[in-house]
Design a protein around this ligand. Sequence first.
Ligand code: SF4
Length: 214
Amino acid sequence: MLRVTEIFRSIQGESTHAGRPCTFVRLTGCPMRCVWCDSEYTFTGGESISVDDVMAKVKAYGCRLVEVTGGEPLAQREAFRLIQRLCDDGYEVLIETGGYVSTEHVDPRAKIILDVKCPASGEEGRNHYPNLDRLRPDLDEVKFVVADRGDWDYAKDVIERYDLENRARAVLISPVWGNGFLPEIADWISSSGMNIRMQLQLHKQIWGPEARGV
Ligand code: SF4
């Protein structure tokens, strides 16, 4: 069984897939506690649902793109079986992971969107850096949520040290929602000379930051 917070259909709000119709499977629970977390409601509760029932709900929504997210989706052992089943059925599968759990045993047909936690998150020390070595340049993306200048300096250092511009399909710089210094971040990115991209969370612009199930 899987512990599931919600399953819904919406528009993909992040990554290079932003704007695409997508079914989201949001699993319950996360071992991390990022100070700016926008999905604390996933930490507890949820509903126990079999993989078969999750598959049926996903099928009913009719999207070919499916994201397995959380919480931390990879913290549940059964999530790996769900991902395999989705891939077997021909879905394009995205995994949004916080970077604490190893991605080693994720079905290779799924595409990884890997967070690297910056210092202001309070969880930098829990990054599982071998995940960066597993990124594939044609499939996987890496994301830094940036709260301040210190986070930006940290992100630049990790991008250079792990050669992420060549190792990932995209390097995403995502400002913490509502931090009020988007022009500064845009300037840091544009003047960096790096092959990276700024991303804003499309779903929060459409439905607001508090909306659930979108
Ligand atoms: S990893 Fe994601 S879900 Fe977990 S605390 Fe951090 S932002 Fe929240």
